[in-house]
Design a protein around this ligand. Structure first.
Ligand code: DX5
Ligand code: ZN
Length: 227
């Protein structure tokens, strides 16, 4: 397996102080910034778009930005996020009319491409495009909101995804998103994930009285992953 990456979801950050929150969480040891894009159409919530991604780059963020598109249609947003400085761009196959083309658009733009699987979306969407993905992202909640509980059946699906990636023998990351906490991250890693999105677990640890509350959560996650 590849090295473990921790990807805080800024969905749970304080948007009024976003640059500072991202700086702090990276200083605390996070590897990747997970950037949730919701359009009030594909999912029932509305968040942030390419201008905010660009603003983080202009602010000086050099860490990989992992753009999770929960939008329909996807291709226009792919182009805009390539321009805005995204590193990874992942989308839900149900939201694209032409999955192969959307994946190719992402790679042609110099970004890493990924497919996202909702809890009930079959992994068979990978069958003919395995060589065109750099990331497989399994949702362990239904997309749209932070702070939901991890759906236990996702562990079996992770094992299946891990087997597919190992069989393909390609450097594909296996990311998990939704309800990841200090107390379940070891089991999630054991099932095959190597990239861990965590929103509420990390950002809710931050208190005004303890501006570096997320240091300890990220450290505890690393300790669990080292087991
Ligand atoms: C949900 C988003 C997640 C979310 C995770 O649709 O894709 O990235 O922020 O939040 P937690 O870690 O709180 O479940
Ligand atoms: Zn996400």
């Amino acid at each position: 397996a590849q090295e473990f990456l921790i990807a805080p979801s800024i969905l749970s950050a304080n948007f009024a102080r976003l640059g500072e929150e991202v700086d702090n969480v990276l200083a605390a040891g996070a590897d990747v910034v997970h950037f949730d894009v919701m359009d009030n159409h594909y999912v029932p919530n509305l968040t942030i778009g390419p201008m905010v991604c660009k603003a983080l780059r202009d602010h000086g963020v050099t860490a990989p930005i992992d753009v999770h598109l929960m939008v329909k249609p996807v291709d226009r947003m792919i182009s805009d996020f390539i321009e805005a400085g995204a590193s990874y761009i992942t989308f839900h196959p149900e939201a694209s009319e032409h999955i192969d083309r959307s994946l190719q658009l992402i790679r042609d733009g110099g970004c890493k491409a990924g497919l996202v699987f909702n809890p009930a979306t079959p992994l068979s969407y990978l069958d003919y495009v395995m060589d065109k993905v750099d990331m497989v992202l399994l949702m362990s909640v239904n997309p749209g909101f932070g702070g939901q509980s991890f759906i236990p059946g996702t562990l079996d699906k992770l094992r299946e995804a891990r087997a597919r990636i190992d069989a393909a023998d390609l450097p594909i990351r296996l990311e998990i998103d939704g309800g990841v906490k200090v107390d379940n991250i070891a089991d999630i890693a054991a099932a095959g994930a190597d990239t861990f999105v965590a929103g509420s677990a990390i950002f809710n640890a931050h208190q005004a009285s303890d501006p570096h509350g997320y240091d300890s959560v990220i450290q505890q996650m690393r300790t669990q992953l080292a087991k």
